[in-house]
Design a protein around this ligand. Structure first.
Ligand SMILES: NC(=O)c1ccc[n+]([C@@H]2O[C@H](COP(=O)([O-])OP(=O)(O)OC[C@H]3O[C@@H](n4cnc5c(N)ncnc54)[C@H](OP(=O)(O)O)[C@@H]3O)[C@@H](O)[C@H]2O)c1
Length: 354
């Protein structure tokens, strides 16, 4: 198979570094260029920032010169696919401009997630929403596919297998790691020995996006799922991995054992297709009383290429008609770069890219 040329925008940030790690030796994709802000442009990737995502910086990527992020520099590399790890303000202009030039954009930025023709793709949950990308392609030449906010990715993945019990109401409290605030967030947060009970726009994103992801595809876009979601989001002094306490009311009633079985048995289209970044088991149910923990479970998932792509769930309990559980998602892998790479693999398998 001829490799698909890709560019990573915002490649020096935490999500961008995860993209570069995941693209190293990827069987479908070839990294043609990395862009960042003017602060990093002109330097070699290896010199542009501290490598912060574990392991060694991939050798070939380390030698690439970081480019400025502009339509001209990106198009000069003639990419089929652009992976975007830009902040929303920087993504807003360039992503639609790339789409108009026929590029397939897979983005982490939050700015287009609520556009009627833009899917918020979680390949195991709503592969059919890629139909919206086809509709964009017919209109613009290219398309934008987004992934969800990082906490939503874990929550929605766990809600999908529970739909069959009739989701009536979902309440979630998050304990989110500092890497969710980006590379500079790691250094500057006044978080040691502290918990900050607010994260800008996070609760609204979780409430809106989960219902769009689990919504139904119609001729006009996505009709959101009808159950209400209430979120409370906190920043905690943890390096990576977002932990969540989730309570669900079901219309049909379901016990802890039914829920554990449904979660552990869940498989999606990426598993059926054997996509390279698909975890063999997307949801891992932990039987221990004190798991999952970010320090032990953030990198869950097999094979090696899918580490960090599985969501871990534990402490499944039912009391007075309320089902409670704890879940953990790797925010910069399943919640960001890994989700985009898996989405692009699905698009390639469905002949939408490449
Ligand atoms: N961190 C997470 O857990 C997470 C999860 C899901 C989604 N996201 C989203 O993913 C995106 C990236 O997040 P991150 O955590 O990786 O942020 P980050 O560590 O702050 O990295 C931001 C990247 O964007 C570049 N950049 C910043 N301003 C720019 C500008 N005006 N023009 C061009 N490039 C610019 C930076 O380049 P320099 O290094 O040169 O400044 C860097 O490469 C954001 O939209 C975020 O909301 C993050």
């Amino acid at each position: 198979m001829k490799k698909i040329m890709v560019v990573v925008m915002g490649g020096t940030g935490l999500v961008g570094q995860q993209f570069v790690r995941l693209l190293d030796g990827h069987p479908y994709f070839e990294l043609a260029a990395i862009t960042a802000s003017g602060r990093s442009a002109g330097r070699s990737y290896g010199q542009a920032m501290p490598w912060a995502v574990g392991g060694d910086i991939p050798e070939r990527a380390a030698r690439l010169e970081v480019l400025d992020t502009s339509l001209e520099t990106v198009m000069s590399r003639a990419p089929d696919i652009v992976f975007s790890a830009l902040p929303a303000a920087a993504a807003e202009g360039i992503e639609p401009a790339l789409r108009e030039r026929g590029v397939r954009v897979f983005s982490n930025a939050g700015c287009r997630r609520q556009d009627a023709d833009v899917p918020v793709l979680i390949p195991e949950i709503n592969p059919g929403h890629l139909e919206l990308a086809r509709r964009q392609q017919a209109r613009y030449g290219g398309f934008i596919v987004t992934n969800s906010n990082c906490s939503t990715s874990g929550l929605a993945l766990v809600l999908k297998p529970l739909e069959k019990f009739g989701l009536r109401e979902v309440t979630v409290t998050t304990f989110q790691s500092i890497s969710g605030a980006g590379r500079r967030g790691l250094a500057s947060f006044d978080i040691a020995g502290n918990v900050i009970p607010w994260i800008k726009n996070e609760e609204e994103k979780m409430e809106r996006e989960s219902r769009k992801i689990l919504g139904e595809l119609t001729a006009d876009g996505i009709r959101p799922a009808s159950f209400p979601v209430s979120a409370t989001c906190c920043r905690v002094p943890v390096r990576e991995g977002h932990l969540m306490s989730v309570s669900v009311r079901f219309a049909n009633g379901a016990g802890a054992a039914d829920v554990a079985e449904a979660l552990a048995a869940f498989r999606g289209v990426p598993q059926g297709l054997g996509l390279p970044t698909a975890p063999e088991q997307p949801i891992i149910v932990r039987p221990e009383e004190d798991r999952p923990q970010p320090a032990l479970d953030a990198w869950a998932g097999r094979p090696e290429r899918a580490r960090g792509m599985a969501v871990s769930v534990g402490r499944i309990r039912e009391k007075d008609g309320v089902l409670s559980l704890i879940l953990l998602v790797h925010n910069t892998v399943r919640g960001a770069a890994g989700a985009c790479v898996l989405g692009a693999e699905l698009a390639a398998a469905e002949k939408l890219a490449g």
